[in-house]
Design a protein around this ligand. Sequence first.
Ligand code: ADE
Length: 252
Amino acid sequence: MYQFDVVTLFPEMFEAVTESGVTGRARERRLFELVLWNPRDFATNSYRTVDDRPYGGGPGMVMMVEPLEKALTAARQRQESAGAKRTHVIYLSPQGKLLKHERVMELAALPGVVLLAGRYEGVDERLVSRAVDEEISIGDYVLSGGELAAMVVMDCIVRQLPGTLGDAESASQDSFVSGLLDCPHYTRPEAYGEAAVPPVLLSGNHSEIARWRLKQALGRTWQRRPDLLEQRALSAEERALLDEYKKELQGV
Ligand code: ADE
């Protein structure tokens, strides 16, 4: 069973992952375990203080080292007693390395991860150097805290765990697995006002359908995320399909 431990001031937020949808079902099936740790429970004064003003001045507050380090130690020990030989601590922050599909696959192959969600202006840097193995960002924007980012990391790991998705929804069909965006999808009705379903999808010709889907995936990636195409070599067939897409776009 994959082991998640999360250090957070807002443990109640994580019901979003445990109570609904694919991840909720995966937890019911005991494909992963989640244990939440509140750094307030590891605070050393009677006010349960976990943050303080930044040295050097400036706005906001900084999370203190000691309650966080104690919470992380407890989380690590729990992972070890759950059978994880090596623990991996991830701090979610906009300063981290941008999360990509490849890294998700590597994380999903570990026995588990410890996620640290910060609040306020961030955490004391000494905590990062003492207790964090990896800093991850989920995008170039600033969230009010690391919790949503931690849930994003959890969600994309869980969908890669064997048994989470049925064959019909297999993760191997996801965008980015092939380094491309996904193709468009359609369901009933066949005509919705003026908008019809592309006829090839009604043809029953599976190789034509696969060819059309690959062409759309290539075309959309070229239009929306040209950076992905630069990172990926195209086969001769893919190049021909993309050329076809471009010509169709010009109405040729
Ligand atoms: N915390 C705040 N913003 C974040 C981001 N973009 N990614 C990860 N953690 C964050």
